[in-house]
Design a protein around this ligand. Structure first.
Ligand code: UDP
Length: 249
């Protein structure tokens, strides 16, 4: 007989020792790629993500240009070695879907009217995956957009919540995602709490969804602080470099 995996112990803790509403550790570094206009590297639990932003630049193919504003395009990609079984390279239905919803989330914060006929291209590369990669990718790419100096209403912060063995939990890891009852990725504009992405795999009652949303929004606000800290560290380095160059001149 197959033994049932115990995802929540008798004390209400999860397999990795987290409380139900606890995030996995998150680290973000902005400005890591020399050739991108903006970039960020993020580690979130066992997820490892690189995000690069190019633009605003002339939009190709031309028929995609919008004379009124910049278009925001996103490409989410999982590299072959990011998961246990080798991931077949190239786009698939899942990555096309994630690219679309992430691009729409960024479009709702970028002031595209300032750059008509251009494109802002966002690349999200998942180097190591352990569930929650779309949220990790959106969180990293949002820092990369700010690092590129793209004018935005605010950053976008993202985090998933869900249900595991009857309990509502925040930020599901791979086992919880695989064996849980629901996984709900959420992305918000932290300042206004507007929701820019909400998807659901599985099912929840209305009450559970409301409870999850509250915890998810609070978590996004914690993530927002980590994003802002990463950008502050980045600008401290830029200022230091500028001062050194002025000193040398
Ligand atoms: N995953 C995988 N192979 C794939 C796609 C996904 O092993 O081709 C794993 C990966 O760890 C991913 C997790 O399944 O993070 C959950 O995927 P989901 O589609 O729920 O997206 P995510 O939670 O990463 O946003």
């Amino acid at each position: 007989m197959v033994k049932k995996l115990k995802l929540i112990d008798s004390k209400g803790l999860r397999m990795d020792g987290r409380k139900p509403d606890e995030l996995r550790p998150i680290k973000i570094e902005a400005g890591v790629l020399k050739r991108a206009d903006g970039s960020a590297y993020l580690e979130w639990g066992k997820n490892k993500v690189m995000a690069g932003v190019y633009g605003p630049r002339e939009c190709h193919p031309r028929h995609m240009q919008n004379p009124a504003k910049a278009i925001v395009r996103c490409r989410y990609n999982m590299v072959s070695f990011s998961v246990d079984d080798r991931k077949r390279p190239g786009p698939d239905r899942r990555s096309t879907e994630i690219s679309k919803v992430a691009g729409e989330a960024f479009s709702s914060v970028v002031f595209g009217e300032q750059f008509p006929r251009t494109s802002i291209d966002v690349f999200i590369e998942i180097l190591q995956a352990d569930a929650g990669t779309r949220c990790a990718g959106i969180t990293a790419a949002s820092v990369a957009l700010a690092d590129a100096g793209i004018p935005m209403r605010d950053l976008v912060a993202a985090c998933a919540f869900g249900k595991v063995q009857g309990k509502m939990v925040l930020d599901l890891d791979k086992e919880e995602d695989n064996y849980g009852e629901a996984d709900v990725p959420l992305a918000i504009i932290p300042r206004t709490e507007e929701i820019v992405l909400l998807q659901m795999d599985g099912s929840l009652t209305t009450k559970e969804l409301q409870q999850g949303l509250k915890t998810g929004i609070d978590a996004c606000k914690q993530i927002y602080q980590i994003q802002k800290e990463a950008l502050k560290r980045r600008y401290a380095v830029i200022l230091e470099e500028e001062e050194t160059t002025e000193g040398d001149a």
